[in-house]
Design a protein around this ligand. Structure first.
Ligand SMILES: [Zn+2]
Length: 126
């Protein structure tokens, strides 16, 4: 289990992208969203952190942005392996959401504290 106040390594599948993320609250709040992109991303689960908690260690040149719909939440993908590593939160613009499945040695299925977010009816779309 990930402890509070720990820094974890986040990587894409091919390893081009290497991020360090500081998790003040560990994985206390894992969010699973049902919006059009998250539901297509194999049941994407995320943990959201302040922007300054994310540091790109390697692979800045491998990160591409997918911008869609309201263009307020760029999603970042690896140009080599296509894995979605992180994106800008729409509900909380000061936060970056990290793909929990990309945290080294974390299996999201080991966590039963997953919060469902009704992103298909996003408050910013109403
Ligand atoms: Zn990759």
């Amino acid at each position: 289990m990930i402890k509070n106040n720990s820094t974890v390594r986040v990587s894409c599948h091919c390893g081009s992208i290497q991020l360090d993320v500081f998790l003040a609250n560990g994985l206390e709040e894992i969010i699973r969203c049902n919006c059009s992109i998250c539901s297509r991303g194999k049941g994407f689960a995320m943990v959201c952190v302040p922007s300054e908690a994310l540091k790109i260690i390697e692979g800045n040149e491998s990160i591409t942005e997918y911008i869609f719909n309201t263009a307020t939440s760029p999603h970042n993908f690896c140009i080599v392996c296509g894995i979605h590593t992180h994106h800008q939160s729409r509900s909380r613009p000061d936060k970056i959401c990290i793909n929990v499945a990309c945290i080294d040695e974390v299996n999201v299925k080991d966590y039963n504290n997953v919060i469902d977010f009704d992103g298909i009816n996003h408050p910013r779309d109403l």
